[in-house]
Design a protein. Structure first.
Length: 385
């Protein structure tokens, strides 16, 4: 609590230079009461330094299909909303403990970003409550709140608002909470001044652990990143995955934590107080068989309200089948024999891919089944196996 106060004091001190102290003081007080761990402010100026970065990554094919590229919209707050005068950037920590004992080969993994409830909803609710409390006193204030759904980049806004510095893995790293922070921002029609942007990360100057740890080489020197090679992207991609991509998925059915887990700053980062992100072991380290056999009711009750559910039930099941090929056990083999008869063509195809990982035994299992599939199926099978 003492440290949290420190963060708020620092930011008040810095924003006091430009804007309305009373209003900002109220915003900071309200934010703290709503469990917003970090908050900062910036103006509506164009993020011009981002333009060449986006263009360069686009030219290199480093931007995945999940990001809608429109450089003007991605970097100009006034195009997103013409009344923008200031932007409030917020961060909420999601670092929680999980008892990893008794996690055996029957289980798969879900990334920390999808532990607990969907952060998009939680952060939007916090920002809307913050602003409705403020607009009650200041009815002329208008605003628009975003979490991962604005043309602007939450990370760029957070950086310029002083929430943290960029790590080599592309995440925003806060000195207290590390990079385990969900980010959101609010465009407002009032002047709120600017928090100070932070210098480069001193730890990053002498560290490249995230670059070395990333199995696919997605993280490059020079703060560059190829999102098309990110394992998290593989787990969410709907197109057929290559064998290499399937191997990289390892035991993940959603997301990837490798580059954040190895970061020394995260090891000592403060834990989250947000109850909405507390993980349940059976949900975030589920049995592979439970995901494969998941019905609509289970998906709706457990995963649809988490970030892991946004691509639908079948993607999680597909990934669990891939995991059953990566973690070779008799139980997983029997599961794959069962899914080989699924009514969905892609589930059958991934079951065949995974059975191939079991060598001759698996090969014998799929031979006859493959002959029963149509030509298009067999063609894709041969390309991607
Ligand atoms: Fe920076 Fe090292 Fe963390 Fe990567 S692992 S973000 S290089 S401190």
């Amino acid at each position: 609590m003492v440290v949290l106060t420190y963060v708020y004091v620092i930011i008040i001190d810095k924003i006091n230079i430009n804007g309305d102290f009373v209003l900002k003081d109220i915003i900071l007080g309200e934010a703290k009461g709503l469990g917003i761990d970090i908050i900062g402010f910036t103006d509506g100026e164009v993020f011009s330094e981002l333009q060449p970065v986006i263009k360069d990554r686009l030219d290199k094919g480093f931007i995945s299909s999940f990001f809608h590229v429109d450089i003007e919209q991605n970097t100009n707050p006034l195009i997103v909303w013409k009344d923008t005068k200031s932007i409030i950037s917020i961060g909420v920590s999601y670092k929680h403990k999980l008892d990893e004992t008794k996690i055996d080969k029957s289980r798969c993994s879900i990334s920390r970003v999808a532990w607990g409830q969907d952060y998009h909803n939680i952060l939007l609710e916090k920002m809307n409550r913050l602003m409705s409390n403020i607009t009650r006193e200041y009815p002329d204030i208008k605003y628009k709140a975003y979490v991962d759904n604005a043309p602007l980049l939450d990370r760029a806004v957070a950086h310029r608002s002083g929430l943290g510095f960029y790590g080599k893995n592309g995440f925003i790293i806060n000195k207290l909470y590390g990079s385990y922070i969900f980010l959101g921002h609010i465009l407002t029609n009032i002047e709120l001044g600017k928090s100070s942007e932070l210098d480069d990360c001193t730890t990053c100057r002498f560290c490249s652990r995230c670059i070395q740890a990333c199995p696919t080489g997605a993280i490059k020197e020079g703060y560059d990143f190829n999102s098309n090679k990110c394992i998290s992207f593989f787990t969410q991609k709907k197109e057929l995955l290559s064998r290499e991509e399937r191997k990289y998925i390892g035991k993940m059915v959603y997301g990837c934590d490798i580059c954040q887990e190895v970061c020394p700053i995260n090891k000592t980062a403060k834990y989250s107080n947000e109850a909405a992100f507390v993980p349940l072991k059976d949900v975030v380290r589920p049995k592979i068989k439970d995901i494969i056999n998941m019905d609509n009711a289970m998906f709706k009750n457990i995963y649809k309200s988490s970030s892991a559910g946004w691509r639908g039930k079948k993607i999680l099941q597909r990934n669990a089948i891939i995991v059953a090929g990566n973690i070779k056990t008799e139980e997983n083999y029997q599961l794959l024999k069962q899914t080989l008869n699924d009514s969905r063509w892609d589930i059958r195809m991934y079951s065949m891919f995974s059975l191939l990982e079991y060598g001759e035994r698996g090969m014998n299992e799929i031979k006859e089944k493959l002959n029963g599939e149509d030509e298009e199926f067999r063609k894709n099978f041969n390309i991607y196996c």
